[in-house]
Design a protein around this ligand. Structure first.
Ligand SMILES: Cc1ncc(COP(=O)(O)O)c(C=O)c1O
Length: 427
């Protein structure tokens, strides 16, 4: 059985029978539990294949594949499902999922006066120009498996529209993947969303709802409107763990690729700097690196260093309230650690301005287990990292995309290796 367990209340879900999106106990009663469904550990070998599509190479570690096999679909049938989506992605976006580049960036390390060697994983050329498509491909492949296998959890599925809340990159990725799968999508975006992004969303056929902040309403209005749509029957095509446990899992492929790259280079970075908004990027990396360690691909995991902007740092605020506390206990008292940022979030790194870090708990677990921590960076430091990154790597990364690197400036690396992800392209 392919099981998910809620890290807050312990509820268990069989992913072949019930969609492992939101925990079944979330919202059922008024509680203060951090409900997020997480794929349960299972016995596996580290995938040793050489496929260039991560959803093929790492298929044995993916829920969608495991569900497919457990209900009788063949390995070839999985190949067809992935291949079909990939071909359609090429038609819609000019590219499918491929292992993205990673390498040492010595000139950039020098320009930023880093005291260690710097490795950068470059997601700017990934589907739709960011890492976000990984979250959504994980969800879409699962939906396709439910359909292909004729499982009860898939009956009537196509009648439901997909829905996502986002300020840009996630909505774009969702629109590309949804279009490739020929599935209607509604996106909930803020009024100040990049006009170019908005135009592309319309071109891709997404239904667009502009979400204004409402007086006396706490939290991100896009998320609030999205949750209303889901309550009305929409499928949470989300990049946040609490809304869809599968979303975080798809992102693990990024960590798998990095783990393979580091293993081939014979190194483990001392620290991995990760920009966090909602926190699913960091959460997926934590889970993926942990799996790589458990399956013997890496001897240890890097310290997880989470980076947020001064203008919006709810995850750092939560982290600072956690020392000495039992994390399992903290998961049952969510509101003491996580609540919406009181001021209207602002930064040049606009992609990490989530009012709440929805995946805070799993990220805190990763920070604690790895001996990492959290960094708040100023606008000046974000701008410096962004300028030098583009100048010295030739990668057209956005300020959000280089925000993790900003956190590495001044870190005492003592000659060790530090790593960061350039998570999105400049638009
Ligand atoms: C390019 C880019 N990097 C990083 C992030 C942060 O990801 P998360 O919200 O999962 O923390 C985002 C989120 O929108 C993004 O667009």
């Amino acid at each position: 059985m392919v099981q998910f367990r809620c890290h807050g209340c312990g509820a268990v879900v069989d992913a072949a029978a019930v969609r492992p999106f939101r925990c079944p106990n979330a919202g059922a009663t008024v509680d203060d539990i951090d409900h997020v469904l997480v794929a349960e550990a299972f016995a596996a070998e580290w995938p040793a294949g050489s496929e260039t599509n991560p959803f093929l190479r790492y298929r044995a570690l993916l829920t969608a594949y495991r569900v497919a096999r457990s209900v009788g679909l063949s390995d070839d049938a999985w190949g067809d499902i992935v291949g079909e989506l990939d071909e359609a992605l090429v038609g819609v976006d000019g590219r499918g999922f491929r292992i993205t580049p990673m390498g040492e960036q010595a000139a950039l390390a020098q320009a930023l006066d880093l005291s260690g060697r710097l490795w950068i994983k470059d997601e700017t050329g990934n589907v739709s120009g960011s890492h976000k498509g990984r979250h959504l491909a994980g969800v879409m492949l699962y939906l396709r498996v439910l359909e292909a296998a004729g499982l009860p959890a898939g009956i009537g599925l196509r009648r439901n529209r997909l829905a996502i809340a986002s300020c840009g990159n996630a909505a774009l990725a969702a629109a590309v993947v949804a279009r490739a799968a020929d599935w209607p999508l509604d996106v909930f975006i803020p009024p100040d969303a990049n006009p170019a992004v908005r135009a592309r969303l319309a071109e891709l056929g997404a239904g667009i709802t502009i979400c204004e902040r409402r007086a006396k309403e706490a939290g991100d209005p896009c998320v609030l409107r999205f949750r209303e749509a889901v309550a009305g029957g929409a499928i949470p095509f989300s990049v946040q763990g609490p809304d869809n446990g599968l979303a975080v899992e798809g992102l693990r492929t990024l960590a798998f690729e990095m783990a393979d790259g580091f293993a081939e280079a014979g190194l483990v970075p001392d620290a991995l700097f990760v920009q966090a908004g909602g926190g699913a990027l960091a959460s997926g990396l934590v889970q993926g690196f942990d799996l790589a360690r458990r399956l013997g691909r890496l001897p240890r995991v890097p310290k997880l260093m989470v980076v947020q902007a001064q203008g919006c740092a709810p995850l750092v605020r939560a982290w600072e309230r956690l020392p000495g506390l039992d994390l399992a206990d903290a998961a049952r008292r969510r509101s003491r650690f996580m609540w919406p940022w009181e001021k209207v979030p602002a930064s040049i790194a606009g992609g990490i301005l989530d009012d709440e870090a929805y995946d805070w708990w799993a990220v805190a677990l990763g920070m604690r287990a790895s001996g990492g921590g959290a960094v708040v960076v100023s606008e000046e430091v974000l701008a410096r990292a962004h300028d030098e990154a583009r100048r010295h790597t030739g990668i057209s990364v956005s300020a959000t995309g280089s925000a993790g690197l900003a956190g590495a400036i001044g870190y005492p690396a003592d000659g060790g290796v530090i790593a960061a992800v350039f998570s999105g392209v400049e638009r």
